[in-house]
Design a protein around this ligand. Structure first.
Ligand code: NDP
Length: 485
C-alpha cells in the first residue's frame, strides 16, 4: 500500500504535479525507523527547462498585479496552511524525523507567518518622489524577475516559505529545489499557493541533487539565487551566480557563541543552551554550539544542564510526548557520531550522552562536553547535531575575543542580568542574528542571516524585500534639454 507521505508526483510546475520517471530515483527515508516511505525522481533537463520557462512566462503578469492582489493570495495561503497545520506537521515529521511536538508549532506555522507577513507588506512596496527644483526623480521598487530557491533539509516547509513569500510579494516567480533528503513539504507549499489563487507557474518545485541546483543557478534566465545550506555549497553557488551577475542571498552555517555570565539566571541560561543546541536534535544553523560559561558558575550550570537534559524524551516522533527526534539521515548520524568520538579523543569531558541511542532510527543522545578548548575540533567545526560544547572563561574582554575567533558569524547570545554589559557584548560580537537572555527565536518580523562566512543578505522582515526587489530611478525633466551642440 502506498504510504500517505508519497506525493502524487515528484515536481510541481505550472500549477500541477508533474512526473518524469527518467530522473534518478530519490528514496525518502523516515529517520525514526529507517523505512522508505516515498520515492521521487530528480528533475531531468526537460523538467528543469519546463520549470524555468513556465516561471519566466508567469512572472510578468504576476508582477503586473497590484500588491494588494498578490498580498491577498499570500494571506489566503497562510490561512490554508494554518487550517492544515496538523497534516502538514505530520508530513514535516515524515520528511525530517523532527518530533510532532516541534513541527506542530515551528514549521507550517512559521511558513504561514511568512506568507501572512509578506502578504501584508505587498501592497506597501512603493518608491520615492525626489524633488529637484522643477524637475524630479521618482523611484519604483520592481521585481528582480525569476528567482531560484535552494533549501537545506532541516526546515523544508519554513525554508520554502521564507524564500517564496517575499519573492512572490515583490512580484517575482520562483523555482524552488528542496534538499534531496527532504523533498516532500515544498510540494505542499506549491499546492497551497495554487489553492489560494496564485497564478500557475509563479511558484514551482523541482527535485534533485546538487546537479539540479547547479543547472538552475547557471541558467541565464535566472535573476536571483537564494540558498540555505552549508558554507562550502554556499561558496560554490555564490561563485556560479557571480558568473551571471545574479543577485544572491546566502543563509549558511555557523558555530555560534552563547555567553553566560556568572550573574545570569541559571535556569534561563540552561534553557537557552538547551534551545540553542537540542531543538530539532541540533540540526539548526543558528545554534549556539559554543557555550561559554563564566568560571564562577560553571559546575552549577553543568549540573543543572545535565539534570534537565536527562528529561529529554526520545521516541516515536509522532507521539506528541516525544521531545527529541532522530538525525535526518544515517549519514548525518554517522557524521555527528564521528565528531563525538573526536571530542572524546581530544580530551573534552563528557557530561551526558555521547552515543547512539539504543533504539530504531538514527537517534543520538543529547550530548554535552565540558572543558572544551578553543582549538578542539568540536569547538571549531559545525557539527549540525545534538552536541553542545561548554567552554569556560574569566573576563568579558577575553570571551568576546574568543567568541569572534571563527570564520562563521551567524548568531550569538548573551545571558546576564547586567543590561549595560549585555548590549556592550552584543555590540562587540561579529554575528547577524543575536539574542539577549534568550536563544534561537526567529520571528518573521526580525531580520535573519549571518556575517563573515555565514552568509550574505537577510531573510524575513522588511530586509528580505530589499533582497527580492530592485529600485528603478526615473529622472523627469519639465523644461527644455540643454546640450553642448
Ligand atoms: P548543503 O549545503 O549540502 O545543501 C544545501 C542545498 O544546496 C541542497 O538542496 C543541495 O542539494 C544543494 N546543492 C548542493 N550542491 C549544489 C550546487 N553545486 N549548486 C546548487 N545547489 C547545490 O546543506 P544541507 O542540506 O546539508 O544542510 C545543512 C547545512 O545548511 C548546514 O551547514 C547548515 O548550517 C546550513 N543551514 C543554514 C541555515 C541558515 O539559514 N543560515 C538554515 C539551515 C541550514 P542536495 O543536498 O539535494 O544535493
Amino acid at each position: 500500500m502506498t504510504h500517505p507521505a508519497q506525493p502524487k508526483a515528484s515536481h510541481f510546475i505550472n500549477g500541477e504535479y508533474v512526473e518524469d520517471t527518467a530522473g534518478t530515483p530519490i528514496p525518502v527515508i523516515y529517520a525514526a525507523t529507517g523505512e522508505q516511505i516515498a520515492t521521487v525522481h530528480a528533475a531531468t533537463p526537460a523538467i528543469v527547462e519546463q520549470a524555468l520557462s513556465t516561471a519566466k512566462a508567469a512572472q510578468k503578469a504576476w508582477a503586473k498585479m497590484t500588491g494588494t492582489e498578490r498580498g491577498r493570495i499570500l494571506r489566503r495561503a497562510a490561512d490554508i496552511m494554518r487550517e492544515g497545520n496538523h497534516d502538514l506537521s505530520v508530513l514535516e515529521t515524515y520528511d525530517t524525523g523532527k518530533p510532532l511536538q516541534e513541527t506542530l508549532v515551528a514549521d507550517a506555522t512559521s511558513g504561514a507567518d511568512a506568507l501572512e507577513y509578506f502578504g501584508g507588506l505587498a501592497a506597501s512596496l512603493t518608491g520615492e518622489h525626489i524633488p529637484l527644483g522643477e524637475d524630479w526623480v521618482y523611484t519604483k521598487r520592481e521585481a528582480l524577475g525569476l528567482c531560484v530557491g535552494i533549501g537545506a533539509w532541516n526546515y523544508p516547509t519554513q525554508i520554502a516559505c521564507w524564500k517564496g513569500a517575499p519573492a512572490l510579494a515583490c512580484g517575482n516567480a520562483m523555482v524552488f529545489k528542496p534538499s534531496e533528503t527532504t523533498p516532500l513539504c515544498a510540494l505542499k507549499v506549491a499546492e497551497i499557493l495554487i489553492e489560494a489563487g496564485a497564478p500557475a507557474g509563479v511558484f514551482n518545485v523541482v527535485q534533485g541533487m546538487g546537479e539540479v541546483g547547479g543547472a538552475l543557478v547557471t541558467d541565464p534566465r535566472v535573476d536571483k539565487v537564494s540558498l540555505t545550506g552549508s558554507v562550502p555549497t554556499g561558496k560554490k553557488v555564490y561563485a556560479a551566480a557571480a558568473e551571471g551577475m545574479k543577485h544572491v542571498t546566502m543563509e549558511l552555517g555557523g558555530k555560534s557563541p552563547l555567553i553566560i555570565f556568572d550573574d545570569a539566571d541559571i535556569d534561563n541560561a540552561v534553557g537557552g543552551a538547551i534551545n540553542g543546541n537540542f531543538y530539532s536534535s541540533g540540526q539548526v544553523c543558528s545554534n549556539g554550539t559554543r557555550v561559554f560559561v563564566q568560571k564562577g558558575i560553571k559546575e552549577k550550570f553543568l549540573a543543572r544542564l545535565a539534570e534537565r537534559t536527562g528529561n529529554a524524551i526520545l521516541g516515536d516522533p509522532m507521539d506528541e510526548a516525544t521531545s527529541f527526534g532522530p538525525m535526518v539521515t544515517e549519514n548525518q548520524m554517522n557524521i555527528v557520531l564521528g565528531y563525538i568520538e573526536k571530542g572524546k579523543e581530544e580530551g573534552a569531558r563528557l557530561i551526558c550522552g555521547g552515543k547512539r541511542a539504543d533504539m530504531d532510527g538514527y537517534f543520538i543522545e543529547p550530548t554535552v562536553f565540558a572543558d572544551v578548548t578553543d582549538d578542539m575540533t568540536i569547538a571549531r567545526e559545525e557539527i549540525f547535531g545534538p552536541v553542545m560544547s561548554v567552554l569556560d572563561f574569566d573576563t568579558e574582554e577575553e570571551v568576546v575575543a574568543r567568541a569572534n575567533d571563527t570564520e562563521f558569524g551567524l548568531s550569538a547570545g548573551v545571558f546576564t542580568k547586567d543590561f549595560t554589559r549585555a548590549h556592550r557584548v552584543i555590540g562587540n560580537l561579529e554575528a547577524g542574528s543575536c539574542f539577549i537572555n534568550s536563544y534561537n527565536d526567529a520571528p518573521v518580523e526580525a531580520p535573519f542571516g549571518g556575517v563573515k562566512a555565514s552568509g550574505v543578505g537577510r531573510e524575513n522582515s522588511k530586509e528580505a524585500i530589499k533582497h527580492f526587489s530592485q529600485v528603478k530611478s526615473v529622472y523627469v525633466r519639465m523644461g527644455d534639454v540643454e546640450a553642448a551642440f
